[in-house]
Design a protein around this ligand. Structure first.
Ligand code: NAD
Length: 310
């Protein structure tokens, strides 16, 4: 079985490394030239939960995938705004049964992926593995999962089983979600509160809990997200989710969320349009207003412009 990791930054490298270590035929693909060059030259250096590994995994720049390369399973791990571009490259290297796996953060990636494969061949999900990229070719993977996966349509269940088996053998701790849309929306609640607010306020997760104003913002954002989620048939209790989020902020208190790391530490563009921006946009399509989510998305964009993020 030939596996491609389409988007081999932090998390893609982590998943690629775990699969490769189990003997799977893995190819890393990436659009950021420094990452491709470093891995091609000196392999992937990865710290997996404190253990150092040096792996010579084959790697290609996304524009230079060999013409005859064909993949059976493609894990999509770009940033959300890079997804369409990556799909444009990878679509020439799939066949009629290729499975596309997407556990990226954000809403409705399947709308783009469905332009390339039918819905039954999309395995969607979310993950709590965490990864980082220290410098090109040097990454880390931390945590113990899980990777929650599910099918978008009943005919996709066999593909979920195939991906489950791969992930389990690679010790990536898969879980079959009994309510895929609910898992996705719960993750949106986490990302749509902590990521955006810590980035605007330039603070750690624990600092959100210390401010009554910030807690009120968490509550407002959560309420709107929960209302918009009903469009997908997901019925979450806003108060329960709010208390879960406040507890989570306490547990991982000293941590800076990934959006903070991208924009504040590295001046990189964020996935805000696929998180709070997507909540507001989807809501609008169905006459459910989410003005606080839209405001937060605008604030992040203003900050991106101010910092000339790329
Ligand atoms: P990433 O930013 O590490 O990688 C995405 C792309 O950006 C890759 O092409 C990578 O090579 C490139 N890149 C990395 N550092 C760069 C830099 N300094 N300058 C320019 N380009 C750079 O993304 P990720 O963290 O692996 O996330 C992939 C997807 O998974 C996203 O949707 C993310 O939200 C989601 N996710 C990530 C984590 C995590 O802990 N990293 C956890 C859960 C979900």
């Amino acid at each position: 079985m030939k596996i491609a990791i389409a988007g081999s930054g932090a998390l893609g490298s982590g998943f690629g490394a775990m699969l490769y270590r189990q003997g799977y035929d893995v190819t890393l693909i990436d659009g950021w030239e420094p990452q491709t060059t470093a891995v091609k030259k000196d392999g992937l250096h990865i710290d997996i939960n404190g253990e150092q590994h040096h792996l010579n995994i084959p790697m290609y720049q996304d524009t230079e995938i060999p013409q005859d390369a064909q993949f059976d399973v493609v894990f999509l791990f770009t940033k959300a705004m890079q997804l369409q571009d990556m799909l444009g490259h990878i679509k020439h290297h799939i066949h009629e049964n290729t499975i596309m796996v997407c556990t990226m953060n954000g809403l409705k990636h399947e709308r783009y992926i469905a332009n390339v494969v039918d819905e039954a061949r999309i395995v969607r999900g979310v993950t709590t593995w965490t990864a980082g990229l220290e410098s090109p070719g040097q990454t880390h993977l931390m945590g113990s999962g899980p990777v929650e996966i599910g099918a978008l349509v009943p005919e996709g269940q066999a593909n979920v089983d195939t991906v489950y088996e791969l992930l389990e053998k690679a010790d990536l701790k898969p879980l079959k979600s009994d309510n895929l849309q609910q898992s996705i929306w719960k993750k949106i609640c986490v990302n749509g509160t902590a990521n955006a607010l810590c980035t605007i306020l330039e603070c750690r997760l624990s600092n959100l809990n210390e401010s009554e104003y910030a807690r009120k913002l968490v509550y407002k954002l959560t309420n709107e997200i929960v209302q918009v989620a009903t469009i997908d048939g997901v019925h979450l209790n806003a108060d329960e989710v709010y208390h879960y989020l406040i507890d989570l902020n306490d547990k991982v208190g000293p941590h800076f969320p990934s959006m903070y790391q991208d924009l504040i530490n590295n001046n990189r563009l964020t996935e805000i349009d696929y998180i709070n921006g997507a909540v507001a946009k989807l809501g609008l399509e169905h006459d459910i207003l989410a003005p606080v989510n839209q405001f937060v998305a605008n604030m992040i964009h203003a900050k991106e412009e101010q910092r000339q993020a790329q």
